[in-house]
Design a binder for this molecule. Sequence first.
Ligand SMILES: Cc1cc2nc3c(=O)[nH]c(=O)nc-3n(C[C@H](O)[C@H](O)[C@H](O)COP(=O)(O)O)c2cc1C
Length: 176
Amino acid sequence: MTAVTCTVAPQQPPPPSLSRTALRDVLGRYASGLTVVTGLDDEGPVGFTCQSFHSVSLEPPLVSITVQRTSASYPRIRRTGSFTVNVLSGAQQAIADQFGRSGVDRWAGIRWLPTAADNPSLEGSLAWIDCEIVAEHEAGDHVIVVGRITGISPVAADDHDPLVYYRSRYRRLTAD
Ligand SMILES: Cc1cc2nc3c(=O)[nH]c(=O)nc-3n(C[C@H](O)[C@H](O)[C@H](O)COP(=O)(O)O)c2cc1C
């Protein structure tokens, strides 16, 4: 894995227009899908809800996830060298909640099967994407993790809707 350090200008106190509340309000106006990033180590399955998943490159096939520096799950995943992105369907709001909560058994009641990389594929997801971790970029209070895709598969039928996240709320797509 290549570790790249991001060069960001020294920290200045942000102006009031860039308060956390203002940033949340404006950045939250960008709608996204939702994923659960999973891995498997000696202790068992590990995973967390992740909004910041992006398609990066087709050749080579790369994606990125952005992980809180305080994450307890990511160091476990990192040690295995691989992770799997589960793309959530509209029927999986409870799963997004469960994997975004701390202090609970995130795997209670969860049905999953191993992917090609042996990581958990959550039943009912739209697709899974297996990745090998190839780079990490420090970015403020987060780390941008770049994964090279090693395997993919649709899971649910094509007519299932995605789970959408917009302005801190779960949404469903509606037909035109
Ligand atoms: C809707 C939603 C989106 C989230 N998106 C991210 C994300 O993009 N990156 C991230 O590190 N954590 C994200 N989280 C928080 C994690 O799911 C999790 O709560 C956090 O990583 C702490 O758990 P951990 O210590 O087991 O990693 C999100 C949570 C929710 C509910």
